[in-house]
Ligand binder design. Structure first.
Ligand SMILES: [Zn+2]
Length: 480
């Protein structure tokens, strides 16, 4: 045997989902953390470790492009805040997370500590998005991209007046959003607006409160789809006029989806994210304040429209919008309970079970929305997001013959609950591999730490252009 055929890890006898090829029986060879061979089953190799995954399906590790960390959700600051949430990630087959740092402080001051605590304790690889709210942060945008490797920026369109105070974020307006979009162009950046028209909410919420009714119906009535759709339309029109890339986070309603699709028909810089809860849950979910989230859970018709968009390619990415605040923050009345809930551990199983098994969406399409497309849009491809030679050996291994019943107390998040309590899904994540290391084995988390910071020098259309440029170069014979 040639020395070149000695590998660190061989993942053998599985069915792997490969880009452009679908599900293929293949052995995967890993050396120095990367995939170095995708070969016919049984091809001889000298491997230090062999993982036999006969009967199982091998996917690229999921990328959760939308999470929040820390008990105050602004950023993780302690060991405890990192270990639980990232253990939850790998238990759910997520090998890369993109966390939102949300502060009015200069990010150049916060960034070193944010990276350090994650590098010391994170069980998965990670990158950041920054939430931009001050003039200083706006002025530093090019340095954030170039020096810190953060190329996607959140903006809360609803933080007017006192609305951002709970996160210590200042009041903003459409002029600020315009400047953020304007400055994102030419530096390879993308803007991720949280789209809600808060002035409309101020008008509508008193009537919703007075009308009462079930908690989640009242919450939806206070911030109905028009609140979201009008803001998406406005931000999308700004992006089109300025020729900027925009990533519509957590699209929750058919009305907002239609507004974004209309914009996308004339501007190819619009990208759409939805979340598992907008696909799985609605205002009739019967989970009370545990289901409070912004934008709110909608109706069954909205869920159907979003599933359709996942299937037909109109949704680019499904991210969890994971919020790790403890259960007790939800156990209040609907108007004072905190918004958001954990979702990092349930993201991939829900999409596989409810999307693929129950709705027949092809497995390759599920892999696109939860791995390949987020990698492409956030500057992580070709290192992340697909099983291909040269990519990081990040894998999620799935048993479609075994069910899982979700139980919040058994999950690893500090939140200690799940909005899907008691739900049985038709899959189990059996193994997770991060950079060639088996970090979940037979459903047990075995690896902590080892997560690496991912410097992302471009996002959005700039990232896609760099990828297609690279592919063209490879076709001309320059590539490996
Ligand atoms: Zn979020």
């Amino acid at each position: 045997m040639r020395a070149g055929h000695a590998v660190d890890l061989a993942v053998v006898n599985g069915r792997a989902v490969l880009p452009g090829q679908g599900t293929v029986e293949a052995d995967l060879w890993v050396r120095a953390g990367r995939i170095v061979g995708i070969v016919s089953p049984g091809t001889p190799v000298q491997a230090t470790d062999t993982l036999d995954v006969a009967g199982l399906t091998v996917l690229p590790g999921a990328i959760d492009a939308h999470i929040h960390m820390g008990s105050d959700i602004t950023m993780a600051k302690t060991h405890e805040e990192v270990t639980g949430e990232t253990a939850s990630a790998i238990a759910g087959g997520v090998t890369t997370v993109l966390a939102y740092l949300m502060s009015a402080q200069p990010y150049e001051d916060l960034f070193p500590d944010a990276v350090r605590v994650m590098e010391e304790h994170s069980a998965c690889d990670f990158g950041f998005h920054f939430c931009i709210g001050t003039q200083h942060q706006l002025d530093e945008l090019p340095a954030y991209v170039r020096d810190l490797g953060v190329s996607s920026f959140k903006f809360f369109m609803n933080f007017k007046g006192e609305e951002g105070k709970y996160l210590n974020l200042p009041s903003n307006d459409d002029g600020f959003l315009w400047q953020l979009l304007e400055r994102s162009v030419g530096i390879g950046a993308m803007v991720n607006p949280h789209a809600e028209n808060i002035e409309l909410v101020w008008h509508l919420r008193e009537a919703a409160r007075a009308a009462g009714g079930p908690d989640l119906v009242a919450w939806n009535n206070a911030r109905p789809p028009i609140v979201e759709a009008e803001a998406e339309a406005r931000a999308g029109m700004f992006a089109e006029v300025l020729d900027a890339s925009m990533y519509a986070v957590h699209c929750s309603s058919k009305l907002a989806l239609d507004a974004l699709r209309a914009r996308r028909a004339t501007h190819d810089g619009i990208f759409i994210e939805t979340c598992p809860h907008y696909l799985l849950l609605d205002q009739e979910a019967g989970i009370g304040t545990y289901g409070k989230v912004n934008p709110p859970l909608r109706t069954a018709a909205d869920r159907e429209a979003l599933w359709q968009a996942v299937a037909d390619g109109n949704v680019d990415v499904v991210g969890s919008d994971h919020v790790p605040r403890h259960k007790s923050a939800k156990e209040k009345d609907i108007w004072s309970a905190s918004a958001g809930f954990p979702g990092i551990e349930t993201l991939l199983p829900l999409l596989l079970s409810e999307g693929h098994v129950r709705r027949n969406i092809p497995l390759e399409r599920i892999v696109e929305v939860v791995a390949t497309r987020p990698a492409q849009l956030f500057g992580l491809a070709p290192r992340k997001g697909a099983i291909s030679v040269g990519a990081d050996a990040d894998l999620a291994i799935v048993d479609f013959g075994r069910a899982t019943t979700f139980s919040g107390p058994r999950m690893r998040s500090a939140a200690a609950y799940t909005p899907y309590e008691g739900l049985e899904v038709a899959v189990a994540i059996t193994h997770t591999i991060l950079g060639g290391r088996v970090v979940v084995r037979d459903g047990q988390v075995t690896g902590g730490g080892g997560g690496r910071y991912l410097h992302r020098s471009r996002s959005g259309r700039a990232a896609l252009a760099a990828l297609s440029g690279g592919a063209a170069e490879a076709r001309r014979g320059g590539g490996a």
